[in-house]
Design a protein around this ligand. Structure first.
Ligand SMILES: *Cc1c(COP(=O)(O)O)cnc(C)c1O
Length: 228
């Protein structure tokens, strides 16, 4: 078995253990393989090992890899920062966008989403740690933005995404993820049709699963340290 297939197997074992601990069905946790900075061949190896959803953060890099991998049925997720001059490429070349944090950019994505494609699946990004360096709306603004995004015709609001401040302490990690889980509950209570918590990375996926993550975004644990 190749290194990437073995690493994927190890991540699936971590997911299974975390789900057993939390009393959850592993089928309710989707693994998004974060392939940013890694070459198309690494994605091809993960695909051969059964992985289908890949996350990219840089538009130009992603488009080049998509072209090189056009023979594979990959579900592409854009997890990077949204820039005004890149929304058209994102609207045309991805199935999901995890980092919606401004209504005007969401409106552009909706306008630019080709009619030939299904609605763009999106999550509102929430800055649970209040760090000035991180994107995302504050928790108390998240449901209001979600409601506005839900009204855009060519987007399908799925839920919330976060990148919490790094911490080695499971209790601290879980506290941040609990904020996102509470927002999902609140949005549902207010009648929004949402089902997704995009949270948890290589270091903290167990804590995220314990708090209800439905998509974990894992790069380093699958592909190794980022290149370049
Ligand atoms: C890079 C990245 C990840 C993956 O992080 P790892 O620590 O390598 O697992 C997840 N989410 C986002 C938004 C990222 O930019």
């Amino acid at each position: 078995m190749g290194a990437i297939a073995a690493a994927l197997q190890a991540v699936h074992a971590r997911i299974a253990a975390a789900c057993a601990e939390a009393g959850r069905d592993p089928a309710t946790v989707q693994l998004l393989a974060v392939s940013k900075t890694h070459p198309a061949d690494a994605i091809r190896a993960a695909f051969a090992a059964g992985q289908r959803a890949f996350g990219e953060s840089y538009v130009q890099e992603a488009l080049a890899k998509q072209a090189a991998l056009a023979d594979l049925e990959i579900e592409w997720h854009y997890i990077g920062p949204l820039q005004r001059n890149k929304t058209r490429a994102v609207a045309e070349h991805f199935a999901w966008v995890h980092g919606i944090d401004r209504l005007d950019l969401a409106e552009r994505l909706s306008r630019q989403r080709p009619e030939s494609l299904p609605p763009l699946q999106v999550c509102v990004q929430v800055n649970v740690g209040g760090e000035t360096s991180k994107r995302g709306v504050p928790p108390d603004a998240a449901v209001a933005l979600a409601r506005q995004v839900a009204g855009l015709p060519r987007l399908k609001l799925r839920g919330f995404m976060t990148i919490p401040p790094p911490s080695d302490a499971p209790a601290t990690q879980r506290g941040y993820f609990r904020v996102l889980a509470a927002l999902l509950h609140q949005a549902r209570a207010e009648g929004l049709d949402v089902d997704t918590l995009s949270m948890g990375m290589s270091q903290d996926l167990e804590s995220a699963i314990a708090e209800g993550a439905t998509i974990i975004r894992v790069g380093t644990a699958i592909f190794g340290a980022r290149q370049g």
